[in-house]
Design a protein around this ligand. Sequence first.
Ligand code: NAP
Length: 248
Amino acid sequence: MTPRILIITGASRGIGAATARLAGAAGYDVLVNYVSNADAAASVVAAIESAGGRAFAVKADASTTAGIATIFTAADARGKLAGLVNNAGVVDAKSRVDEMGEARLTRMMRTNIVGPMLCAGEAVKRLSTLHGGAGGAIVNVSSVAAKLGSPAEYVDYAASKAAIDTFTLGLAREVAAEGIRVNAVRPGIIDTEIHASGGQPDRVARVRGMVPMLREGTADEVAKAILWLLSDQASYTTGALLDVGGGR
Ligand code: NAP
């Protein structure tokens, strides 16, 4: 049988890694994309394989045209694309908008919205029945920040995620009659390394009291929602923005 490839951008750590492990167990051949942490990507692949699944790691910057070409060329060489999880995303240091410069904003928007839109376009070329494909599913990883705006922290990040939400609605409707479902998850405070990468290693502990459920979520809890949206269980769901935020 031709392998059913699922591309997950940024799958070496955090939510992407948890999604990769569940996808491997669900029978996908998982393309574990990463940008720098080869050891983390290799350990995700090893975990999937030792559980009896199939996976392979691809180093590429998912915010650039060249990196995206590397990802899709590797997927094409391996089998038939079944879906895409646009997960790779970044935050930056806590800042006000009047302190943000062009370099920061360009990196944020390239990684969080331009890259995912380019990846989705490549996926549509392969999945759409209009192009001879067999259909499939795309899940974009947004954030509850899109609703909250993240003032005095990272309004740029929140705005990039609001853009992902609108992109999800538009693309879902654009390709709904071509066998492709497009949905988003909007995680709340999830216990991953992203907070430390933005210079706030204590963020989860600081913010958990503001979550109605009074706790942070796990990467696994987000991954389960992503797997459901990818699956046939969600066959009539498209253009949905699914909050996974403990009530936030
Ligand atoms: P994380 O723990 O910081 O992991 C980030 C992952 O993305 C790593 O695998 C990293 O690869 C990869 N990555 C970063 N830039 C990349 C690029 N240009 N190309 C390819 N891969 C890249 O992040 P996370 O918390 O799991 O976040 C995943 C997604 O969830 C993001 O879109 C984030 O905005 C969203 N989200 C997270 C939370 C939260 O509280 N954690 C809440 C809402 C939304 P390397 O290992 O190679 O560096």
